[in-house]
Design a protein around this ligand. Sequence first.
Ligand SMILES: [Zn+2]
Length: 473
Amino acid sequence: MAHEEPDSMPGDDLEWLEDEDSLTEVVDEEQLQGQAANAWLAAEEAYVPLDDGDGYLAVGGADAGSVVSALPAGSTVSEISTAPAVASRDDALAGDRPVYLVHHGARHANFLPVVMGDLHHKKGRSLTLGAVANLPSAKAAKISSFFQQASVAALRIADPQCYRLDDKILRLPPSPIGKRALEYSPYLASPEEPDWLRQVLNAQRAVGANLLLTPGRALNPDDPQNSLDAAFQQADEALALTERGERVALNLTVPSRWLASGALRNRLLDEILDQDQFDVLHIRIQWGASKAFAPTVDADLLMGIRRLANLCVDEGRSLLLPQTGLTGWFALAHGATGFGLGVSGSEQAFTEHAFRRSQPGRQQAQRYFEKQMLHTVDRSAHDVFQHAAGYINCDCVYCPALFDSQPWSHPLAALHHIFSMGALTARVHEDSERGGRHAAVRRIVAVARRWSSGLPLGSDDVPRHLPVWGQAL
Ligand SMILES: [Zn+2]
């Protein structure tokens, strides 16, 4: 992968570890962009009964996304539709439906429960939702209230992000553990303390996580065996500290070499195969990228992800690929149980940090996710595509408001993106009767390739991942 190229779609994607303290100046700008989204949200307030008769899903208004047991006085109830019951954690992990993890980042996070509720209502029979928040990025109270409002999520993951301690192995920005991160996650200051593991688990319990993660320190490709031994020993100790009714996922953080290089890949997969005490795997992969919102085109890495996912299917393990965006969606074809994404570029991929010159005054890119093309493009490119033969207008509820609003509403564009990726995830399940998820993904990718091959594309808008995926399917 080339790292020297300047980012052609710069902007928010470079806030790599999104601590609240790095974002103060963003907030004013966001309030403006949020006006269109706020107005839209205020207009809708309704409840939909759950199939099991055990409550109502709020699909608009201040509580959107949450399930309530009793209706507030005077509220409107839909008579034309119902929503599926929320799956249990264990059913979600059993993987009948793909798991779609929504990451709480620093941008537009208060809109996330809304789109999650909308997805659960419309697509919840074909996917299971999960909510993910990073412990070092926000106050515990904020994370708990996110989990409470996003009560359609069957999985709640509070990521301890202990890999921030591993700046010798990963390519992290300078000072990956700032003052706020230490305040929110004091365990990051004391990895040598004897009860450190208990602190890491307790921090997750305190905010209401229902799938606990082992610390997930990074595996060093230059010292593979010692590194694997240490990670699995720590994971075993964490497993021993779990209580009745709790469930813990083996959390690994790996630079992409671990999956792209044959020898390291075999070593990692052998170890996972042997350590069958872990039936849920949460694996974060760091790779290099020169462009935000574009999935990896590294064929060796894709092969590694495929082998890993295949192994998990063969062995009956659940594989979650957090922070992978479209790359994670692609992995559903090979047996991944679920994948995650969020609003910002940094939540579409755990990319290697690379120094880039800042360009003061440069506007945040106006991006639009083209579902039909499986690609995020500049809004100006969308303006061209929408007149192309065969273009299908998005049917999500956010798009009409997005295209009506001036200035461009980044939150509405984000809600459209998160909803559309969820719809694509659901489609993999819906279309899996013929040939399973693999065939479903292959058909969706083939249609995207055919459709986009006829378009007048600027070099920034070419979906370079599609031919590579075509090969890998
Ligand atoms: Zn849309």
